[in-house]
Design a protein around this ligand. Structure first.
Ligand code: ADP
Ligand code: MG
Length: 236
Protein backbone atom coordinates (compact mmCIF):
# COMPACT_ATOMS: atom_id res chain seq x y z
CA UNK A 1 0.00 0.00 0.00
CA UNK A 2 2.76 2.45 1.00
CA UNK A 3 6.28 1.60 -0.16
CA UNK A 4 9.41 3.65 0.51
CA UNK A 5 12.24 2.89 -1.91
CA UNK A 6 15.73 3.91 -0.73
CA UNK A 7 14.58 7.27 0.55
CA UNK A 8 17.15 9.80 1.73
CA UNK A 9 16.65 13.15 3.41
CA UNK A 10 19.38 15.46 4.64
CA UNK A 11 18.96 18.59 6.72
CA UNK A 12 22.30 20.33 6.12
CA UNK A 13 24.86 17.63 6.90
CA UNK A 14 22.50 15.62 9.07
CA UNK A 15 21.02 12.50 7.51
CA UNK A 16 17.48 12.42 8.87
CA UNK A 17 16.58 9.48 6.61
CA UNK A 18 19.41 7.26 5.39
CA UNK A 19 18.46 4.94 2.54
CA UNK A 20 15.22 3.70 4.07
CA UNK A 21 13.25 1.02 2.22
CA UNK A 22 10.11 -0.31 3.80
CA UNK A 23 6.75 -1.66 2.75
CA UNK A 24 3.53 -1.03 4.73
CA UNK A 25 0.44 -3.07 3.90
CA UNK A 26 -3.24 -2.70 4.63
CA UNK A 27 -4.69 -4.43 7.66
CA UNK A 28 -1.50 -3.83 9.65
CA UNK A 29 -0.93 -1.61 12.66
CA UNK A 30 2.73 -0.65 12.48
CA UNK A 31 4.63 0.97 15.34
CA UNK A 32 7.36 3.41 14.35
CA UNK A 33 9.91 3.22 17.12
CA UNK A 34 13.30 4.79 17.71
CA UNK A 35 15.14 7.26 19.95
CA UNK A 36 14.44 10.99 19.76
CA UNK A 37 15.76 12.40 16.52
CA UNK A 38 15.90 9.03 14.77
CA UNK A 39 13.76 10.21 11.84
CA UNK A 40 10.26 9.01 12.74
CA UNK A 41 8.48 12.31 12.15
CA UNK A 42 10.56 12.98 9.03
CA UNK A 43 9.50 9.57 7.70
CA UNK A 44 5.83 10.34 8.42
CA UNK A 45 6.14 13.76 6.79
CA UNK A 46 7.80 12.21 3.73
CA UNK A 47 4.80 9.89 3.33
CA UNK A 48 2.46 12.87 3.66
CA UNK A 49 4.44 14.88 1.10
CA UNK A 50 5.31 17.51 3.72
CA UNK A 51 9.01 16.65 3.38
CA UNK A 52 10.50 16.03 -0.06
CA UNK A 53 13.13 13.29 -0.25
CA UNK A 54 16.54 14.10 -1.77
CA UNK A 55 16.58 10.72 -3.50
CA UNK A 56 14.50 7.56 -3.58
CA UNK A 57 10.73 7.60 -3.90
CA UNK A 58 7.51 6.63 -2.17
CA UNK A 59 4.53 4.92 -3.76
CA UNK A 60 0.93 4.86 -2.51
CA UNK A 61 -1.11 2.04 -4.06
CA UNK A 62 1.55 1.68 -6.74
CA UNK A 63 1.75 5.33 -7.79
CA UNK A 64 4.66 7.64 -7.05
CA UNK A 65 3.26 10.21 -4.58
CA UNK A 66 5.10 13.02 -6.39
CA UNK A 67 2.80 12.58 -9.37
CA UNK A 68 -0.44 11.82 -7.56
CA UNK A 69 -1.29 14.29 -4.80
CA UNK A 70 -4.84 12.98 -4.49
CA UNK A 71 -3.62 10.03 -2.41
CA UNK A 72 -3.44 12.48 0.47
CA UNK A 73 -7.24 12.42 0.87
CA UNK A 74 -6.96 8.73 1.73
CA UNK A 75 -4.82 9.45 4.80
CA UNK A 76 -6.04 10.63 8.19
CA UNK A 77 -3.16 12.34 10.00
CA UNK A 78 -2.98 13.16 13.67
CA UNK A 79 0.07 15.38 14.22
CA UNK A 80 2.10 15.28 17.42
CA UNK A 81 1.04 18.87 18.09
CA UNK A 82 -2.14 20.01 16.36
CA UNK A 83 -2.13 23.66 15.37
CA UNK A 84 -5.46 25.35 14.73
CA UNK A 85 -6.80 28.88 14.28
CA UNK A 86 -6.90 30.20 17.86
CA UNK A 87 -10.14 32.10 17.64
CA UNK A 88 -12.19 29.40 15.98
CA UNK A 89 -14.51 27.33 18.10
CA UNK A 90 -14.42 23.53 17.91
CA UNK A 91 -17.75 23.61 16.06
CA UNK A 92 -16.49 26.13 13.49
CA UNK A 93 -13.33 24.10 12.96
CA UNK A 94 -15.35 20.94 12.31
CA UNK A 95 -17.59 22.74 9.80
CA UNK A 96 -14.55 24.26 8.06
CA UNK A 97 -12.80 20.89 7.75
CA UNK A 98 -15.90 19.24 6.30
CA UNK A 99 -16.22 22.16 3.90
CA UNK A 100 -12.59 21.94 2.74
CA UNK A 101 -12.62 18.18 2.31
CA UNK A 102 -16.14 18.11 0.79
CA UNK A 103 -16.27 14.35 1.10
CA UNK A 104 -17.81 12.73 -1.96
CA UNK A 105 -19.65 9.47 -1.34
CA UNK A 106 -17.94 9.21 2.00
CA UNK A 107 -19.83 8.25 5.10
CA UNK A 108 -18.50 10.58 7.82
CA UNK A 109 -17.25 8.73 10.87
CA UNK A 110 -18.23 10.76 13.94
CA UNK A 111 -17.74 7.99 16.47
CA UNK A 112 -14.84 9.74 18.22
CA UNK A 113 -16.59 13.13 18.15
CA UNK A 114 -19.49 11.47 19.96
CA UNK A 115 -17.49 9.32 22.36
CA UNK A 116 -15.28 12.26 23.35
CA UNK A 117 -18.51 14.31 23.73
CA UNK A 118 -16.99 17.15 21.70
CA UNK A 119 -20.48 18.37 20.75
CA UNK A 120 -20.82 19.67 24.31
CA UNK A 121 -17.71 21.80 23.75
CA UNK A 122 -18.58 23.13 20.27
CA UNK A 123 -18.59 26.77 21.42
CA UNK A 124 -15.18 26.60 23.08
CA UNK A 125 -12.44 28.42 21.24
CA UNK A 126 -9.35 26.47 20.24
CA UNK A 127 -6.98 28.74 22.21
CA UNK A 128 -8.81 27.96 25.46
CA UNK A 129 -8.56 24.18 25.16
CA UNK A 130 -6.44 21.98 27.43
CA UNK A 131 -3.80 19.84 25.74
CA UNK A 132 -5.96 16.75 26.16
CA UNK A 133 -9.04 18.30 24.57
CA UNK A 134 -6.91 19.54 21.67
CA UNK A 135 -5.71 15.95 21.21
CA UNK A 136 -9.33 14.77 21.18
CA UNK A 137 -10.08 17.26 18.40
CA UNK A 138 -7.01 16.11 16.41
CA UNK A 139 -7.97 12.45 16.83
CA UNK A 140 -11.60 13.08 15.84
CA UNK A 141 -10.46 14.92 12.69
CA UNK A 142 -8.01 12.15 11.72
CA UNK A 143 -10.82 9.56 11.70
CA UNK A 144 -13.66 11.83 10.48
CA UNK A 145 -13.35 11.20 6.75
CA UNK A 146 -13.08 7.44 7.09
CA UNK A 147 -9.58 7.27 5.54
CA UNK A 148 -7.91 4.04 4.34
CA UNK A 149 -4.72 4.95 6.17
CA UNK A 150 -4.26 6.46 9.62
CA UNK A 151 -1.00 8.09 10.62
CA UNK A 152 -0.90 8.90 14.30
CA UNK A 153 2.09 10.73 15.85
CA UNK A 154 2.03 10.22 19.65
CA UNK A 155 -1.78 10.04 19.66
CA UNK A 156 -2.36 9.30 23.34
CA UNK A 157 0.05 11.90 24.74
CA UNK A 158 -1.96 14.15 27.05
CA UNK A 159 -5.16 12.11 26.89
CA UNK A 160 -6.81 11.02 30.13
CA UNK A 161 -6.98 7.23 30.67
CA UNK A 162 -10.63 6.93 29.56
CA UNK A 163 -10.01 8.90 26.36
CA UNK A 164 -6.81 6.94 25.65
CA UNK A 165 -8.79 3.69 25.93
CA UNK A 166 -11.53 4.99 23.61
CA UNK A 167 -8.86 5.90 21.04
CA UNK A 168 -7.10 2.53 21.35
CA UNK A 169 -10.36 0.67 20.77
CA UNK A 170 -11.05 2.84 17.75
CA UNK A 171 -7.61 2.06 16.31
CA UNK A 172 -8.17 -1.68 16.80
CA UNK A 173 -11.62 -1.49 15.16
CA UNK A 174 -10.34 0.42 12.10
CA UNK A 175 -7.40 -1.97 11.66
CA UNK A 176 -9.87 -4.88 11.76
CA UNK A 177 -11.69 -3.24 8.81
CA UNK A 178 -8.48 -3.66 6.80
CA UNK A 179 -7.03 -0.18 7.21
CA UNK A 180 -3.35 0.58 7.59
CA UNK A 181 -2.35 2.30 10.82
CA UNK A 182 1.09 3.84 11.38
CA UNK A 183 1.63 4.92 14.95
CA UNK A 184 4.44 6.36 17.08
CA UNK A 185 4.47 6.40 20.86
CA UNK A 186 7.08 6.81 23.53
CA UNK A 187 5.04 4.63 25.83
CA UNK A 188 5.70 1.19 24.41
CA UNK A 189 3.36 -0.55 26.88
CA UNK A 190 0.50 1.29 25.18
CA UNK A 191 1.35 -0.31 21.86
CA UNK A 192 1.32 -3.88 23.18
CA UNK A 193 -2.35 -4.61 22.39
CA UNK A 194 -2.34 -2.60 19.19
CA UNK A 195 0.53 -3.31 16.86
CA UNK A 196 1.13 -6.17 14.44
CA UNK A 197 4.55 -4.97 13.18
CA UNK A 198 7.43 -2.81 14.33
CA UNK A 199 9.67 -0.51 12.29
CA UNK A 200 12.76 0.50 14.23
CA UNK A 201 14.72 3.56 13.13
CA UNK A 202 18.01 4.86 14.48
CA UNK A 203 20.06 7.79 13.14
CA UNK A 204 17.76 7.80 10.12
CA UNK A 205 18.54 4.17 9.28
CA UNK A 206 16.08 1.30 9.23
CA UNK A 207 17.39 -1.12 11.86
CA UNK A 208 14.59 -3.65 11.43
CA UNK A 209 11.00 -4.14 10.26
CA UNK A 210 9.47 -7.18 11.90
CA UNK A 211 6.18 -8.83 12.66
CA UNK A 212 5.43 -8.69 16.36
CA UNK A 213 5.33 -12.51 16.60
CA UNK A 214 8.81 -12.76 15.05
CA UNK A 215 10.11 -10.08 17.42
CA UNK A 216 8.68 -11.98 20.40
CA UNK A 217 10.13 -15.24 19.16
CA UNK A 218 13.59 -13.77 18.44
CA UNK A 219 13.85 -12.16 21.85
CA UNK A 220 11.84 -14.52 24.04
CA UNK A 221 10.07 -11.43 25.40
CA UNK A 222 6.31 -11.04 25.41
CA UNK A 223 6.25 -7.30 26.09
CA UNK A 224 7.21 -4.90 23.32
CA UNK A 225 9.33 -2.71 25.61
CA UNK A 226 11.38 -5.73 26.80
CA UNK A 227 11.66 -7.14 23.27
CA UNK A 228 12.99 -3.85 21.88
CA UNK A 229 15.45 -3.50 24.76
CA UNK A 230 16.70 -7.05 24.12
CA UNK A 231 17.26 -6.40 20.40
CA UNK A 232 19.06 -3.13 21.05
CA UNK A 233 21.38 -4.70 23.66
CA UNK A 234 22.24 -7.57 21.31
CA UNK A 235 23.19 -5.10 18.61
CA UNK A 236 25.90 -3.46 20.73
P1 ADP B 1 11.98 11.85 15.61
O1 ADP B 1 10.59 12.11 15.17
O2 ADP B 1 12.40 10.41 15.47
O3 ADP B 1 12.26 12.34 17.00
P2 ADP B 1 12.71 13.72 13.52
O4 ADP B 1 12.31 13.05 12.27
O5 ADP B 1 11.82 14.78 14.04
O6 ADP B 1 12.99 12.63 14.65
O7 ADP B 1 14.14 14.35 13.32
C1 ADP B 1 15.25 13.64 12.80
C2 ADP B 1 16.44 14.56 12.75
O8 ADP B 1 16.26 15.56 11.76
C3 ADP B 1 16.67 15.31 14.04
O9 ADP B 1 18.05 15.42 14.27
C4 ADP B 1 16.08 16.69 13.78
O10 ADP B 1 16.69 17.67 14.54
C5 ADP B 1 16.34 16.86 12.30
N1 ADP B 1 15.30 17.69 11.63
C6 ADP B 1 14.00 17.37 11.51
N2 ADP B 1 13.34 18.32 10.82
C7 ADP B 1 14.25 19.27 10.51
C8 ADP B 1 14.19 20.51 9.80
N3 ADP B 1 13.06 20.96 9.24
N4 ADP B 1 15.34 21.23 9.69
C9 ADP B 1 16.49 20.78 10.23
N5 ADP B 1 16.62 19.62 10.90
C10 ADP B 1 15.51 18.87 11.04
MG1 MG C 1 8.87 12.91 16.19
Amino acid sequence: MIIANNINKKFGRLKALDNVSVSCNKGECIALIGPNGSGKTTFIKAILGMVLCDSGFITFNGKNILHDWEYRSKIGYMPQIGRYPDNMSIGQLMVMMKDIRKPKNIQLDEELVNKFELDKLYDKRMRTLSGGTRQKVSASLAFLFNPEVLILDEPTAGLDPVAAEILKEKIIAEKAKGKLVLITSHILSELDDLVSQVIYLQDGKLIFHKKIEALREDTGQEKLSKAIATVMLKGR
